[in-house]
Design a protein around this ligand. Structure first.
Ligand SMILES: Nc1ncnc2c1ncn2[C@@H]1O[C@H](COP(=O)(O)OP(=O)(O)OP(=O)(O)O)[C@@H](O)[C@H]1O
Ligand SMILES: O=P(O)(O)OC[C@H]1O[C@H](OP(=O)(O)OP(=O)(O)O)[C@H](O)[C@@H]1O
Length: 312
């Protein structure tokens, strides 16, 4: 019986509520909390209780380990959730990816000690690998085991690669003599370099995603409402509003610099031959855009933060 069939957990009535799986701790937790606040999904969480009712939507937030969220969503124990694409791939379950969220970006990499002879994943065939992603890594090395045997003209695998599960501190396992290589997440590379490891291959790239049970999305307006709100927050985080005045003769050049998400809004100015332009630009490009606009003769160029956005 899943929470959906169970009217009450911790004396909280869950019937008729949309259940939303949220990473309870770790790397994704803080950014998901910011996302919920931006989407105006308010809730009250009692101390140490992993289910919190939203105070302004018919939603219950269920705080779960990021690794468990894909299974909960696939089995319908929660309706939607946020986790990493790596977790979805590792769980190997059928969920619908509603949108990627632009944070939690990293790579799952095969890593070896910098002073070891292992320079490619193939060099680790038949050796010992430590990882928290045993399902993905077994699949990855099984294919390599077969490939290496074939290349050697063998019909059977001589010695399969051994994949050992570790729940954390995976980067320490080579130095401790537990493994010859590891497969772990890399973002800045700080953890890897501190452990005197280097990445020799990328198994997958990942970021945080909003996922949904495939049978729950259709005909559920609340899921669509949440998706749109989250999309609005993410758009607002990625874009800024750029406004400027430009001579009408330069407008075509200006539009090339700032084409906007769809097209810029243009209005006439009292000053003859000038127009005012208002357009969204990528935050990461805004300084370059300002330089380019100034070069073609635009004036009064302003960049304004966007608090929220709803695009079609
Ligand atoms: N260094 C990182 N940079 C960006 N995203 C990361 C990083 N490490 C992990 N992630 C993402 O966050 C997800 C959760 O990772 P995390 O290490 O927080 O796991 P956890 O098991 O939930 O927490 P904990 O390690 O505290 O038990 C990962 O599956 C990945 O998608
Ligand atoms: O390349 P970096 O920026 O150093 O990030 C990579 C590290 O981040 C994650 O661990 P985290 O710090 O979340 O802790 P954990 O080992 O307890 O999961 C991951 O497991 C790596 O160890």
């Amino acid at each position: 019986m899943g929470p959906n069939d169970n009217p009450s957990i911790h004396n909280i009535d869950l019937s008729d509520l949309l259940l939303f799986g949220i990473p309870k701790k770790g790397r994704l937790n803080e950014q998901v909390m910011t996302l919920l606040a931006g989407a105006d999904i308010k809730f009250h969480r009692k101390n140490r209780i992993d289910i919190a009712l939203s105070t302004n939507h018919p939603i219950a937030l269920v705080f779960l380990p990021a690794a468990d969220i894909p299974q909960f969503v696939a089995d319908g124990n929660v309706d939607i959730g946020i986790t990493g694409q790596d977790m979805v791939a590792e769980a190997g379950v059928n969920v619908e990816e509603l949108m990627s969220l632009g944070f939690g970006k990293c790579r799952l990499c095969v890593q070896t000690p910098v002073d070891s002879p292992y320079r490619s994943a193939k060099d680790l065939v038949g050796k010992r690998i430590a990882t928290s992603f045993t399902s993905l890594v077994r699949e990855y090395f099984k294919a390599l085991d077969v490939q290496v045997a074939k290349e050697a003209g063998l019909t059977t695998i001589e010695k399969s690669t051994i994949v050992q599960f570790l729940s954390g501190s995976v980067e320490a396992s080579c130095a401790l003599g537990l493994a010859d290589g590891i497969v772990d997440l890399v973002e800045s590379g700080e953890t890897m370099h501190a452990a005197k490891l280097h990445a020799i291959e990328t198994v997958l790239t990942t970021e945080a995603v909003l996922i949904c049970n495939p049978t729950k999305h259709i005909n559920n307006p609340l899921i669509e409402k949440i998706r749109r709100r989250i999309e609005g927050v993410i758009t607002a985080q990625r874009f800024v509003l750029c406004t400027y005045n430009v001579p009408r003769t330069k407008l075509a050049n200006a539009i090339k610099i700032t084409p906007g998400k769809k097209s810029p809004s243009i209005s006439s100015l009292d000053t003859d031959g000038w127009v005012a332009v208002s357009v969204m630009v990528l935050k990461s490009k805004s300084a370059d855009v300002m330089d380019e606009l100034a070069e073609i003769g635009a004036q009064d160029i302003l960049i304004t933060e966007i608090k929220n956005a709803r695009m079609n």
